[in-house]
Design a protein around this ligand. Sequence first.
Ligand code: SAM
Length: 266
Amino acid sequence: MKNTLILRRRYRPSIFITNTMPSSTRFTTAAQHQVYARDNPRWTEVDTYSMAHSHPASRPNTQALQETLAASDASALPRYALSAPQAKFLALHIRTAGVTHALEVGTLGGYAAIWMASENPQLHVTSVEYNAHHAAVARRNIAQAGLAARIEVIQGAALDVLPQLRAAVQRGDRPRFGFVFIDADKVHNWAYFQVARDMVRPHAVICVDNVVRDGQLVDGDDVDPSVRGSREVVENVGTMPGVDAVVLQTVGEKGYDGWLWAVVHA
Ligand SMILES: C[S@@+](CC[C@H](N)C(=O)[O-])C[C@H]1O[C@@H](n2cnc3c(N)ncnc32)[C@H](O)[C@@H]1O
């Protein structure tokens, strides 16, 4: 409790300074943004400190997760995987909701998939990855973690693979998913969301990562296709029948971002 208070007090001033800057001068360049937001070392320190206590190194999946990150680095994969607290949050949600089948769009080296499956012995993960090298590294990491029987990596573009999965689900050849994590190219977020919505079970969660993007989500004139893809899913999701969603902003070692969290009721 004491530590928490000290951390909060130390952290507040940087927020205060940032928020009192006139909006016209706030984050006007990428360099300023780096100074004020993304590289705030406190965010990483808090992730590291809290994970060391909430998920000590003695946990059974620690080694596999560390080896996954090391092997992904050694294979020159980009460092786009979720942070450990983010991935563990998804894993804990899956446990709470009793999910048995999860779908991930965007595997990279398999880090998030390994978190989800290693924390949930009942879980089967289907993960879609476009890049052949990423898919090969992920399959190796998954096999090394002893999870090849429960994590399937399908290599291909999600726009092609997801409709095939939907057809299999609708034929009854595959079970409906209880959790979907959309974390690939951001341009097609809304297309992925719509297909995912057709193949989930009632009360499933569909989570779309990286929609806040350093706050660029509110920049209506931003031409960045990833911003436009994020705005598209946020603007459309509220009109979809049977779906209730919220955008949750986050900070941490991955910087300032956030995800869209949608519950499918029917
Ligand atoms: C942010 S990374 C995924 C990280 C992973 N979910 C994790 O946390 O460990 C995004 C991945 O999506 C893949 N990707 C990009 N476009 C894609 C597409 N059209 N279809 C499927 N995968 C795609 C990229 O190659 C990359 O490996």
